[in-house]
Design a protein around this ligand. Sequence first.
Ligand SMILES: Cc1ncc(COP(=O)(O)O)c(C=O)c1O
Length: 385
Amino acid sequence: MKSLDLDNKILLTLKKNKIKKSSIHEPFFSNIEIKNIKGLIKKNSLGSFGKDLENFKIKLSKYTNSKYVVVLNSGTSALHLALKTIGIKKNDEVLMPSLNYIASANTTLYCGAVPHFVEISGKTLGVDPNKLELYLSKITKIKNNTLVNKITKRKIKALICLHTFGHSSEILSIKKICKKYKIYLIEDAAEALGSYYKNRHLGTFGEIGILSFNVNKIVTTIGGGAVLTSSKKIADKIFKLSNISKKPHPYKFVYDDLGYNYKTTNLNCTIGLAQLSKINQFLRRKRKLYFKYKKMFSKFDSLEIFSEPKFSRSNYWLQTMILKRPSLKLLNKILKTLNENGYGARPVWQLLHNVNYLKKYPKTNLKVTENFSKRIINLPSSSFL
Ligand SMILES: Cc1ncc(COP(=O)(O)O)c(C=O)c1O
């Protein structure tokens, strides 16, 4: 093994430990999903309303301990409506990490607003609260109860905080900063169903939290999302916007605002219910897989397996390998070898500040973000591994 390059050493280790060749994250279905779907087809109850949709909402609310849940057709829709509902408008700035899925930036642009990229911490892979505070203290002032960017003269209205790969950010410190600087906190907990910070479910710290049930998530409805909030007003507004802003009426059509068709269906939610009933099993298996990877790679001194941050419990949605030293060349070599051999390893997303149409937007110093983007390799992470 000594004479092999790192990519081949990793490959050999995966094979030796009988890790199945698979893509990055595949769903696990059983008879429960099939039974639920058959039941709904028989009842001809597959559409936008129904018992399973209501039940899924109730079960999610109980599971996350979120007072209100609105289920939608995607996590992206959930982010969009979250921003609309807190009043994000043209030219408002929305803070977000650059090491991020594209949806936070896109939905900010849907509102005509401006994404503004902030730095992450290597301990969590989420927003670094210390650097955020330092940055805001330098570039902003509070005027008429609103945070203003002294450089761009625009209002900074919100922070979208990502819990990366299911790991908790330092969410209480981040929440404190948002309060001090009078900005809304939206938690992108798309990847974090089943993850906690100090025993509180992620997505329930900010004014609004969002989840995704995309087919690669820990619990899937094939495609779907949800909003978590403790505010009835926010929940009602989001529900209405997602239902083309139609006024509640048994048969008449009256629209009182510009709305969206972001509804989910009873069919999607019946799959979600079946999946949610297995979440403890999924979480157990994913934690076991983490320990397996940790042990497998414990003798490698040039990399480590990312562990849940302090005070948190992760769902280990993705298993993340971190190279000790940043090297795009080595990273690409490992990704190529693993993928060519049937292991769907993935790098982190293209950094948002490097995306062509996002390059012009404001950003802080992103040294840590850049550094980690050259070190992260996500390994096959399905619960059945
Ligand atoms: C961090 C993050 N945010 C938002 C989303 C958007 O969710 P969806 O794919 O359901 O629109 C995803 C997932 O795909 C995600 O991983």
